[in-house]
Design a binder for this molecule. Structure first.
Ligand SMILES: [Fe+2]
Length: 314
């Protein structure tokens, strides 16, 4: 099967209605020249989406908006999500959620992950706005899990292509939710509604065809079919692998900044070095599709990744 990339990432990058300035070698770009609160034209949205697919996370500076406007902007990418925790509590409409860290509610997102991998159909896009920014610290970091895949050796890529990983909300998500809320009442229904799911370890991006290391610390539990030792060693290695700064970008928030990222090609983490200052962010996500690995889609590493040589001790 051949796949038409939308857009073709081989083509030269050029835009007519927006300006795109990269902030990292692997991912990240600032978009200017357009105000996402103004009601985007078809061409503006199409170019923003292309920049998002190319750069995996994009930023708009100083565009404070209401929760309703954030949801409306999200809806340009598809159906805004009902967060599973809210669904278990009876919500039937999508909403934004506020994540507020302070001295009483400590940060819990300082680990590499992509969101909600413990459901069958995880979100594809996330939009995050800074509401209260600490005067220092509290950055968010992103990691390109497509670049990280590309930087693996060919034998390692061949070994992990096609493997499946079990993801679960237990224990990490359930435990931190219970500790933050002071109640364990929702843990049983949450586990019952979302008992865990298998996703491919290497995910084919449905729009670009790129391959990504689909891992999420604290949600991925084990690699299906491997022994416990093999599974632990492989997942530990991959987490160490994606932890290399060459795959990262980092954003220092000013209130009103907006980040939009592709959940299918990135991991992220909220750096927890702002204590005891307050950091408040407003997040929403857009429903995606079930992750898959399609070996028939031609493998196209990013042009920016250095070729990986085999290890040769001197
Ligand atoms: Fe997250």
């Amino acid at each position: 099967m051949s796949m038409t990339l939308t857009p073709s990432l081989d083509a030269e990058e050029s835009y007519e209605t927006i300006q795109v300035d990269r902030i990292g070698g692997s991912l990240g770009a600032v978009i200017s020249g357009v105000d996402p609160r103004d009601g985007l034209t078809e061409q503006q949205f199409s170019e923003i989406h292309e920049a998002l697919l190319r750069h995996e996370v994009v930023f708009f500076r100083n565009v404070p908006m209401s929760a309703e406007d954030q949801l409306e902007l999200a809806s340009l990418w598809g159906q805004p999500s009902i967060f599973p925790l809210q669904a278990v509590m009876g919500a039937t409409e999508p909403s934004t959620s506020i994540i507020r860290d302070d001295a009483e509610s400590l940060p819990t997102t300082d680990n590499w992950h992509t969101d909600v991998t413990w459901i069958e159909v995880p979100p594809k896009i996330a939009l995050l706005q800074s509401v209260v920014a600490p005067s220092y610290g509290g950055d968010t970091m992103w990691c390109s899990i497509t670049s990280a895949y590309d930087a693996l050796s060919a034998p390692m890529r061949a070994m992990i292509d096609g493997l499946e990983v079990h993801h679960s909300n237990y224990p990490q998500f359930c435990t931190s939710m219970a500790e933050k809320s002071g109640s364990w009442d929702l843990v049983a229904p949450l586990r019952e509604a979302y008992p865990g799911v298998e996703h491919p370890l290497v995910r084919t991006h449905p729009e670009t065809g790129r391959r990504a290391l689909y891992i999420a610390t604290n949600f991925h539990q084990y690699v299906v079919g491997l022994t416990e030792n093999e599974s632990t060693a492989l997942l530990d290695f991959l987490v160490r692998h994606i932890n290399q700064p060459r795959f990262h970008c980092r954003w220092s928030w000013t209130e009103g900044d907006l980040a939009i990222w592709d959940e299918r090609s990135t991991n992220h983490r909220g750096v927890s070095d702002h204590y005891p200052q307050v950091r408040e962010i407003r997040r929403c996500t857009v429903d995606g599709d079930r992750p898959y690995f399609d070996p028939s889609v031609p493998y196209q590493p990013k042009a920016t990744m250095m070729p990986t040589d085999a290890y040769q001790p001197q």
